[in-house]
Write a protein that binds this ligand. Sequence first.
Ligand code: LLP
Length: 431
Amino acid sequence: MILSGTMQINSKQHLEIGGCDTVALAEEFGTPLFIMDEEQMRKNCRRYLQAMQENYPRGKIIYAGKAFLVLAMASLIKEEGLGLDVVSGGELYTALKAGFPPEHIFFHGNNKSRTELSEALKAKVGTIIVDSLSELKELLELSRGREQKVPIYLRIKPGIDTHTHDYIQTGQDDSKFGLGFSKAIGAVRLVLSAAPYLDLKGFHCHIGSQIFQLEPFRLAARAMVGFMAEVRSETGYVAPELDLGGGLGIRYLKNDDPPSIEKFVQVITAAVKETAKREDFPLPKLLLEPGRSISGEAGITLYRVGVIKDIPGGRSFASIDGGMTDNIRPALYQAGYEAMVANKALQQPTKKVTVAGKACESGDLLIKDIYLPPLQKNDLLAVFSTGAYCYSMASNYNRNPRPAVIFVNNGKARVVVRRESYDDLIGLDVL
Ligand code: LLP
């Protein structure tokens, strides 16, 4: 059992979150249901801000919207005083519609379209993180055309390998993201010499996601400050800002033991300070971009158990009313999850089952071989740590409507995304 934040078992032996009984939530809002513990998300934001404040007062925390971004989330992030990292015109639009201050928006992406770049310029976003030479040239042209000063970072590949799934590793040399050191120095020269409207503020890197070791972060911080010193000696340019991305892992399984937010911030800031001192480089403004470690553990998904199949001599399958359409991570990354029967929270887990999704796809198995109390149809299964990269990666495969998302806090629940209807599903179809 991996209860976090406000999750606990109540006197009815039901799982409770944000002071709300999950059995009652399923009745009221239906299943599958994403439930986000608002207090836990706010606490995580504050832990990041405080750790930064204590270790590195010239720091800034930016939430990576790709983990989970809807209007209510953008608004929560704004209230907590973080910046926001967006990676598409759609995320940018969501942020602006939520009233997020554009000057605190950071626009990422390895293949931003001309339209998206123009939208970002029009909105006057705080910083555009340039990923390639061709994007740089396009932006040079657009900024000149609009006679608009555009603050930018260049995204760098620091050449760090991390021990995470290949698909979520991004800082290595042959990654599709960013520029290698030598290309980046060329880009700096170009900006300094021929881009009057581009305001180069500094550099960005992001080495990967769901990382448990602190060493790769330390190495990346050192490599980036070292690179900034190299840029200074090659071109005379002294970068005032450094954005080291996100990537801190969270607890999905009982035995997962990720470093704390505080330790993560402390190790990175120490590495930046040490290297800057060694290189005699002025301390840059430092940014971190956590996504998963803010929203991940705060979310659970509630499913209703349907068909149960005991295969003689084989597995026992418990099918739920969602699956890969609301959580693609097991199928895509072989990601593991813990679960609990929310209406039988204290019963002994004596039966080994495989939790199967409802998509027409043999690979739609949400959890392989988990011990749960003996299941019956209509039991409620709560899957933990689904607050990041689940709703944001959800699909309508098999024309399954996407679930509702609710925020819970202090015994109150509010819908932040309504459940899709069949009419929503055909809403864009043209006959
Ligand atoms: N900054 C940049 C530039 C990123 O690319 C990412 C994540 C983050 C920040 C936030 O990283 P976090 O703190 O959440 O680890 N869909 C995958 C994860 C992809 C992460 C992509 N980039 C998954 O479900 O595991």
